[in-house]
Design a protein around this ligand. Sequence first.
Ligand code: IMP
Length: 188
Amino acid sequence: MKEIVLATGNVGKLREFRAMLQGYRVVTPKELGLDFDVEETGETFYENALIKARALNALCGKPAIADDSGLCVDALGDAPGVRSARYSGGDDNDNIVKLLGALEGEANRKAYFESCIVYYDGQNIVRADGRAYGYICAAPRGEHGFGYDPVFMSDDLSKTFAEATDDEKNAVSHRARALVELKRKLGI
Ligand code: IMP
């Protein structure tokens, strides 16, 4: 079975990639005993994904994939965007509290998740993008998922990503859509 190294330490993302890349052995730098920590200095999802995929391939010499993703909120000028993970300086719950505070009294709650995935094998760069549209609900709902899932009401599912099962989320998520495009571009 072909091996792909995935540039993440996020267990939520790893579970999603494994579910969607059946036929591949998706391994993490940690599982290979590698100490992988790259600063995400890019201003776009693509720049950050490319930085991570290149760095990981340089470290292990294997085909690498990296994704950079985040939540873009219309009324906040597409923030937190590339800064989604570090929006509040705290954990996922702190990020949600800050987001709901920033949107207090705001009627326009439209938002989308974006994912850019980059594959790099030392020679070829393959890029794929995906989006999932929805809105930010007034209070968290649901127990599944990670990050902003409890406050992201999906247009596709009419429930929050945290109320959805893994299979439901993987059918419509930004990462799933980017991954479908990546697989098509790689011919796998
Ligand atoms: P990354 O690991 O640099 O791509 O940061 C992505 C951040 O965006 C995560 O830490 C979450 O805060 C947020 N995010 C990205 N995708 C999702 C998702 O599917 N659900 C919830 N939050 C997400």
